[in-house]
Design a protein around this ligand. Structure first.
Ligand code: SAM
Length: 212
């Protein structure tokens, strides 16, 4: 994602009612910040938030948290939320590498990763959100029967992710390299910003579902 530093983004995030400040203080107590105690799904690397906002609107019976590392990007989602507030959705501006400090064991029911940064150099592999190092972090916070869903148009990143799943001790539940032509996996699919952009350029979309 091309990044422009937007003046005032940090201040807007710090003062917004839709963002979580000092998220580590809520560890083990995330249900308390939502009007209803219900399952918690998180998206890591939510970008401008199109996917998670549509999911939260379609599924009021689920609580959602969108995680984005950069305040200038998260600001775009905040602006959309101000137009259309959703009681079951909150955002936080953190690096997902710190996820174990933020959520207690078994606190998260599902993890979404959409069009994660590919980090193409081998020496940066552990920064990929589907690396075994990140699976080990997800292991600490995801419920035992929880699952992770990952979409990308990047074939190399998808192949890498498929290889990391068994290395991390996880199990591949479902997989396609052409989501939009897979009647089963595409059912109820909600497009992300990147998915819309890359599929309109003719790139097939890959998706996998993994659990332990
Ligand atoms: N998910 C969106 C989509 O599909 O349209 C955005 C995809 S964009 C390529 C990846 C996003 O993940 C960027 O906004 C980036 O800042 C964020 N990101 C990457 N690594 C992250 C991390 N370790 N923690 C939090 N966000 C991260």
């Amino acid at each position: 994602m091309r990044l422009r530093n937007i003046p005032g983004a940090d201040e807007a995030i710090a003062s917004s009612e839709y963002t979580i400040k000092e998220p580590e203080t809520l560890k083990g107590n995330w249900k308390s910040i939502f009007p209803k105690a219900q399952p918690l799904h998180i998206e890591i690397g939510m970008g401008k938030g199109r996917f998670i906002m549509e999911m939260a609107s379609l599924h009021p019976e689920i609580n959602y948290i969108g995680i984005e590392r950069y305040s200038s990007v998260l600001l775009r989602a905040l602006q959309k939320m101000e137009q259309n507030p959703l009681p079951n959705l909150k955002f936080m501006c953190i690096d997902a590498a710190d996820i174990e400090e933020i959520f207690a064991p078994d606190e998260v029911d599902r993890i979404y990763l959409n069009f994660s940064d590919p980090w193409p150099k081998d020496r940066h592999a552990k920064r990929r959100l589907t690396s075994r190092q990140f699976f080990a972090r997800y292991d600490k916070v995801l419920k035992k029967d929880g699952r992770l869903e990952f979409k990308t148009d990047n074939q190399d990143l998808f192949t890498f992710s498929l290889e990391e799943i068994p290395q991390a001790g996880w199990h591949l539940d479902a997989c396609t390299r052409d989501l939009h032509h897979d009647a089963i996996l595409n059912e109820g699919n909600v497009m992300t910003e990147y998915e819309e952009k890359f599929s309109s350029m003719g790139n097939p979309i890959c998706k996998l579902i993994a659990s332990r």
